[in-house]
Design a binder for this molecule. Structure first.
Ligand code: NAP
Length: 285
């Protein structure tokens, strides 16, 4: 039996490069994407480099928990065993908005959707964990260093003025907290959970740019930002390197292991986020 990898955000940037490397390493791949046409295009691109693996494109809108839960349940039925889950998709919403589930969109996509997806895939990951081992990789960010740990008390920005940069930093802290919490909860199951900062990468993460922002970003890309190929290296390392098979609860800053901010290792904050996530997603678990 081959190994199976599930990835979110495999249709662009860091995720597309990471998905390609995972397929080239022999994993059958499931690309969860909101735009199936784009997903099929990426599938063809990856398949050209990894002709012997199966690649499935599955529609999944991460800003709709009903969609995430449905996909999670379907995948859990289809795959008895899942060896690799890469929670990578991300957004930075310039303007404040709520999803149909009533949650601020950056937090909903970057954290809550992955909380629900991981929940549904855990039995299949545990099956793999008990035999060949399984890994969960989260694309976090250095942005978590600048987060406000009290964000868990106001994820919908009812008591603060919304600012995209802050919302993004908070959501990336949620990624690190979730990764560390999973690592502790999954000890002894054969599943490891790790996260990373890819570097500052030239991708589409900052949408809705005005013409002068486009100009500035184009310049930044040339002189300052690294390529998605380079940005995906820590993802590939955590997902595939035999050295990382038994190591859990680790944060990589590009290709170096690094300490997370102390509040990202706070057990009470981790537990508070877990509890809040369960409350906000209870009808989808
Ligand atoms: N770029 C950086 O400098 C940087 C630094 C630190 C961390 N990161 C993290 O890296 C991860 C990947 O981002 P990237 O930089 O590679 O950006 P990107 O090129 O914009 O890729 C983002 C991916 O997420 C998907 N996505 C976004 N919203 C979605 C939704 N509602 N439903 C389903 N899929 C959705 C996108 O789908 P579409 O293809 O349909 O748009 C795309 O595949 C993110 O978690 C980001 O926070 C990036």
């Amino acid at each position: 039996m081959g190994k199976t990898a599930i990835i979110t955000g495999g249709t662009s940037g860091i995720g597309l490069v990471g998905a390609t490397q995972v397929a080239k390493a022999g994993f059958d791949l499931v690309l969860l994407c909101r735009n199936v046409e784009k997903g099929e295009h990426c599938k063809a691109q990856i398949q050209a480099q990894a002709p012997d693996v199966a690649i499935d494109v599955v529609e999944c809108e991460l800003d709709r928990l009903a969609s995430v839960a449905q996909v999670g349940r379907d995948l859990a039925q289809r795959y008895a065993s899942i060896e690799l889950l890469i929670n990578n998709a991300g957004t930075a919403e310039m303007a404040y908005s709520k999803t149909e589930d009533g949650v601020e969109r950056t937090f909903a996509v970057n954290h809550l959707a992955h909380f629900v997806l991981t929940h549904h895939l855990l039995p299949a990951l545990k099956k793999a964990g008990a035999t060949s081992g399984a890994r969960i990789v989260h694309t976090a960010s250095e942005a978590h260093y600048m987060a406000d740990p009290s964000f868990v008390d106001d994820v919908n920005w009812e008591r603060r003025k919304y600012f995209v940069f802050k919302a993004y930093c908070d959501s990336k802290l949620a990624n690190v907290l979730f990764s560390n919490d999973l690592a502790a909860r999954l000890e002894g199951t054969g599943i490891v959970s790790n996260c990373f900062h890819p570097g500052r990468v030239a991708t589409n993460i900052w949408p809705d740019q005005k013409w002068y922002e486009k100009l500035l970003f184009g310049l930044l890309k040339k002189i300052y930002l690294i390529s998605p190929e380079k940005g995906a290296r820590p993802m590939v390392h955590l997902a595939l390197d035999p050295e990382m098979a038994n190591r859990s609860g680790i944060f990589f800053f590009e290709m170096k292991e690094k300490d997370v901010k102390s509040f990202a290792r706070d057990d009470q904050l981790q537990a508070k986020l877990w509890q809040l996530s369960e409350q906000l997603t209870q009808s989808f678990l």
